[in-house]
Write a protein that binds this ligand. Structure first.
Ligand code: PHE
Length: 369
């Protein structure tokens, strides 16, 4: 019958496994998507060179969502319905993962976000995973560092938040909660919209509130512009941010305006462990550049997916998801990854300091510390 033909074509004994990636390959967060894609491709090259996943070669289809939630939704719809991918990797920005996750969930296609840290992402359902820590942890890491680091020792903090990004809004709340719980005071709370060019009104208010640190949970292009304008306005206090700062572009935009500023991240290229240094060597060999945290997370997400596929009884979404849920002690470049009951890994964060445009390792903060 027609129906069995249809079924046959879906489970056709093809010798390849097609997976999808949706990411911002262009736009003001372009390095997020480009780095993630490079990390994924490196993992695919490796698994294919070793014979593939149970004898099948892995092939990647990547779509550019341009950093736009509607584009993210249509990219994932295309991957799931037209390309019939076995699993989806993406996105970086939590707002874009949130836009696409319901589509994967409804279609029973597993999705792994390499780097979306907002807790709501995996709450969409049992098809949705991530390989990074989440923002309640990241916010407490930043608050702890702001209070305890010798060069900051802040009791008064200002916050400048991107009110258009679920990531930024969520991380702001977590930072505020942790900072005030530790006895600190938030002396000014200001907001901007992604893509704004003029931050002088917010920065002038912040200056008047005399903070000892400014927390900016934004993405790198805006953060770079904010840093330049803050220094021009004579704001000299350290700025502090989350993983959204992680891009080679940040230092290119802000230069030494960010000297003495810090951000929390998933990985440092200065980590001497062989796991990290081997990855960096492979990545540099292929791309002639040092991988950022997104590249490392993309690589880890792809490898966790292949591991689950190898042990799953079939390549159905349900079987792969069940294997992903069992991930324990996976030795990733970004740390040891074990899924908790909510499909979120629990792993340490690193603090990096910007020095003349380059992030340098400062500290590692583990959960519960
Ligand atoms: N955690 C950010 C978000 O959820 C994305 C991000 C991760 C950006 C890692 C840079 C590095 O939106």
């Amino acid at each position: 019958s027609l129906m069995s033909l249809g079924c046959q074509s879906r489970v056709a004994s093809t010798d390849e496994i097609v997976i999808g990636h949706f990411g911002s390959i262009t736009g003001s967060e372009a390095t997020f998507g480009i780095s993630t894609d490079r990390g994924i491709q490196l993992a695919i090259e490796e698994v294919n060179a070793a014979g593939g996943v149970n004898g099948k070669k892995v092939r990647l289809i990547t779509y550019d969502d341009k950093g736009d939630p509607r584009e993210a939704g249509s990219a994932v719809t295309r991957l799931v319905t037209r390309d019939q991918v076995t699993a989806v990797l993406g996105e970086v920005a939590s707002g874009l993962s949130l836009a696409a996750a319901p589509i994967c969930q409804e279609n029973g296609v597993p999705m792994i976000s390499p780097s979306s840290t907002n807790p709501k992402v995996t709450q969409v359902g049992d098809m949705i995973y991530r390989v990074c820590f989440i923002d309640p942890f990241q916010g407490s890491v930043c608050a702890k560092f702001a209070r305890e680091n010798d060069k900051i020792k802040a009791t008064k903090a200002a916050i400048l938040c991107d009110q258009t990004a679920p990531y930024s809004v969520g991380l702001q709340e977590e930072f505020e909660k942790a900072f005030t719980a530790g006895g600190g005071t938030i002396v000014s709370k200001q907001a901007y919209q992604a893509g704004d060019q003029d931050f002088s009104a917010q920065l002038t208010s912040i200056r008047a509130s005399e903070p000892e640190v400014i927390f900016i949970p934004g993405y790198y292009t805006d953060v770079g512009n904010i840093a330049l304008q803050a220094r021009k306005l004579g704001l000299k206090v350290p700025m502090l941010g989350g993983d959204g700062w992680d891009s080679a572009k940040l230092g290119q935009i802000a230069g030494d305006a960010l000297n003495g500023c810090y951000y929390s991240n998933h990985y440092s290229h200065e980590d001497p462990s062989p796991r990290v240094q081997n990855f960096i060597k492979l990545y540099q060999g292929k791309y002639q550049e040092t991988p950022d945290g997104l590249a490392a997370l993309g690589y880890d997400a792809a490898r966790i997916l292949f591991t689950a596929m190898k042990t799953a009884p079939s390549l159905s979404g349900k079987d792969i998801a069940a294997e992903l849920a069992k991930t324990t002690g996976f030795e990733g470049v970004t740390g040891v990854i074990s899924m908790d009951a909510n499909r979120n890994p629990v792993k340490p964060a690193v603090i990096l300091e910007m020095k003349d445009g380059t992030p340098r390792y400062v500290a590692t903060i583990a959960p519960g510390e």
